[in-house]
Design a protein around this ligand. Structure first.
Ligand SMILES: [Zn+2]
Ligand SMILES: [Zn+2]
Length: 728
């Protein structure tokens, strides 16, 4: 039996699953109060919630533990030098106790005066059945980062020692006392997400009942979901308002106060500080741990600079299908490196508190202005540059500002050449001057180029020369997220809302979050057919994979263009100009909106396979990195041994990644999923039904962004309606 003095030397246990329970921990016996023998264990204090959740969802006796008592010592208060002196004390008790409302049961004197009300509120029936199961969490002075769990009574029994709820209690069989007292947080989140996604109360209940029927009747508390409960949630959503105060800043402050668990960084606006709000929900945190570990994070920076009061900075991870999922949003007035560093550090600490082994391989930025030193300082990984913004901006503006399609592709081709020549050391300013002379008639585009790009072109080129470039697949994934966010956010009838931060916070955490959460859930549960608008978070790269090689025709000997057979109508073809380059352009409606379309990507893939095009810019930077590595071999010393070990390690890592990408579209083998989170599901194959780009056009047409011509996109959308694809 451990003595109290020994307790502090016990190992701090950190199970690698998202939730864990007492069965996942090693317990040590210690002599407790009144000669009782208590079980004790140490876990990180940041993971107490995970333990409470895991303990509540035990299979043998589902329940919920709630805080029965909590004491917190004021900071700096003196304390008796005791070995178990604590900063914080929390007593968790099983919801079915300690009082006993059963016939003949007793309640504590303080509770006796409360008469059970006749009107039973849903979900809060008289559940007290005298359960004595409870445990204590102490945060000791000696180790404030650690939680000491003391289990006094582990069995769910009453004073007489008989089981008083759960499947072992004979009197509870066939009643709700067999199950947990409330529906799970996950089901609540699922229902709210479905409501936000547009499902009616009736259809949610129908699906629920069908699912229960399928598994042969109710088997847990969630199966007892009632109409009343769903209707109440629906009403709450309908009545909820983003405007918690007429003053926007105050309103956001109230939101932050009410949603502490979703906020990883908050700095109110003041004379000295800029406004910063970092949002990450529990689900997003899980996705970041699951898909970010030993993997990449990308950003979509400065979304809505023109329209919103403060722009949104999104951090994205890529799931097993390389679809970008938002795992944190930062709304801020300042993106100075000092401010970015503050919230990044806080986010990093939050992840490491959950999983101290979590590591990032690379951080992909999309703006040459980003100070990468700060990112490297926090995440300890390399940074890459993604050029999707440049390509999209040039592509859109060439189409918008120049009416002649032949001229459009010539200009894009030249701009592409200029970008490619970055590595040959030619002077970018000279090249740009030359471009302007050659296209002097295109004054509208040239004015745009001069105003928007000339002041910062050198900065971009420097970034391109110093940072490795991200692939087209990454560009497609980020771009798809960006378009999706646009269609989800900018559909408000009252455009005045765009100038309110509380509106933005509300939108992101409800509708946008629900969309991505529900996508994940529907995929796992094969609910794709239930998606209200049939759209999934797919992207052009992913869609390009479904085009057969034989549908790409490269009959032009100069390779000025390639033809790609339309997937919806095989008698039609799309023409891709400048195939195999980042600045290719296609005549389909999606490309005409400035987007990277699947035809461009597929044509590029075929060109590269046939070695008809030069390597992509990303591949060029890869070659360059390898080349410079070979140029300076370490001399024959211990440094060489390090180099060999690292090179082999890297090679193995690459093999693993290659394997992973070959498994695209199916469950990756468990060995490929970050070790710690194997138990968590991985996102499965995405169904491709009705997810043509035309869908996105329809969504996009509500969006008037970056000077998008709404009328044109609307026309295209309706014209293309007939061109909807069937199953691919
Ligand atoms: Zn209990
Ligand atoms: Zn196209």
């Amino acid at each position: 039996m451990a003595r109290w003095d020994d307790i502090l030397t016990l190992p701090v246990q950190e199970p690698s699953t998202i939730q864990f329970s007492s069965s996942d921990l090693n317990w040590f016996k210690v002599e407790g109060w009144r000669q009782n023998v208590d079980d004790v264990a140490l876990i990180p204090f940041t993971r107490v919630e995970d333990f409470v959740k895991g303990e509540s969802s035990s299979v043998e006796c589902p329940t919920r533990f709630r805080v029965e008592a909590r004491r917190k010592k004021a900071e700096g208060s003196s304390y008796k030098p005791r070995v178990d002196g604590y900063l914080e004390y929390i007593l968790y008790w099983c919801c079915y106790g300690p009082d006993d409302h059963r016939k003949g049961g007793t309640s504590r004197p303080s509770r006796r005066c409360i008469k059970p009300s006749k009107k039973k509120s849903a979900g809060r029936p008289h559940t007290k059945r005298g359960c004595v199961c409870h445990f204590i969490v102490k945060r000791l002075y000696a180790q404030p980062s650690v939680a000491l769990i003391i289990y006094n009574q582990r069995k769910h029994v009453d004073k007489t020692g008989c089981p008083c709820h759960g499947p072992l209690d004979h009197k509870a069989i066939g009643t709700r006392f067999m199950y947990a007292p409330y529906i799970s947080e996950e089901l609540r989140l699922r229902i709210t997400s479905m409501l936000y996604a547009g499902f009616s109360v009736e259809s949610i209940m129908q699906k629920h009942m069908k699912a229960i029927e399928r598994h042969g009747g109710p088997s847990n508390r969630d199966d007892l979901l009632s109409h009343i409960y769903v209707r109440k949630l629906e009403r709450d959503i309908r009545r909820s308002t983003y405007e918690l105060d007429s003053n926007d800043a105050l309103s956001v402050e109230i939101w932050v106060e009410n949603h502490r668990s979703k906020v990883f960084y908050y700095q109110g606006s003041s004379d000295t500080d800029a406004f910063i709000l970092g949002i990450q929900t529990e689900w997003q945190l899980q996705q970041m741990i699951l898909f970010g570990n030993n993997n990449l994070i990308a950003v979509d920076s400065s979304f809505g600079v023109k329209k919103l009061k403060y722009p949104v900075y999104t951090l994205l991870v890529f799931d097993s299908n390389q679809i970008a999922i938002p795992i944190a949003w930062v709304i801020s007035a300042s993106f100075s490196s000092h401010d970015v560093h503050k919230w990044m550090r806080s986010l990093h600490d939050r992840i490491c508190a959950k999983d101290s082994t979590w590591r990032l391989n690379g951080f992909i930025v999309d703006d040459a202005m980003t100070e990468t030193a700060k990112i490297r300082d926090v995440f300890q990984c390399s940074t890459l540059l993604c050029l999707w913004r440049v390509r999209r901006a040039w592509h859109r503006n060439v189409i918008k500002k120049c009416a002649n399609s032949e001229m459009q592709r010539e200009m894009l081709k030249r701009l592409g050449h200029i970008m490619y020549s970055t590595w040959s050391g030619s002077n970018i300013l000279d090249a740009m001057e030359e471009f302007m002379e050659d296209f002097i008639d295109q004054s509208a585009f040239l004015e745009y180029l001069k105003a928007q790009w000339m002041p910062k072109i050198e900065m971009w080129v420097t970034a391109m020369r110093t940072l490795p470039l991200a692939s087209q697949e990454t560009c497609a994934a980020i771009e798809a997220y960006h378009s999706k966010l646009k269609s989800k956010l900018f559909n408000e009838a009252d455009t005045g809302a765009y100038q309110r931060t509380d509106w933005l916070v509300h939108k992101l955490t409800t509708e946008v979050h629900s969309y991505y959460w529900f996508d994940d859930f529907s995929e796992e549960n094969d609910l794709c057919g239930y998606m209200r608008d049939g759209e999934l978070a797919s992207n052009s790269w992913h869609r390009a994979l479904y085009i057969a090689d034989s549908d790409v025709i490269l009959n032009d000997k100069d390779l000025q263009f390639a033809k790609v057979v339309s997937q919806s109508d095989h008698s039609q073809t799309h023409i891709v100009w400048n195939p195999g380059t980042e600045f290719a352009i296609c005549d389909c409606s999606w490309s005409m909106l400035g987007n990277l379309c699947k035809h461009v990507i597929k044509a590029g893939m075929v060109c590269h396979d046939h070695q008809l095009a030069r390597p992509s810019m990303a591949l060029q930077t890869y070659h360059q990195a390898l080349h410079s590595l070979l140029q300076c071999p370490p001399n024959g010393s211990i440094v060489l041994d390090h180099a060999i070990a690292l090179a082999i390690h890297t090679q193995q890592d690459l093999k693993r990644l290659l394997g992973l990408s070959n498994y695209r579209g199916t469950n990756p083998p468990l060995t490929m999923v970050p070790g710690n989170w194997v138990c968590k599901k991985s996102r499965t194959k995405r169904k491709m039904s009705t997810t043509e780009e035309n869908k996105d056009v329809v969504c996009g047409n509500k969006v008037s962004s970056d000077g998008d011509n709404e009328a044109v996109s609307h026309k295209i959308a309706s014209a293309e309606k007939t061109d909807r694809t069937t199953k691919v």
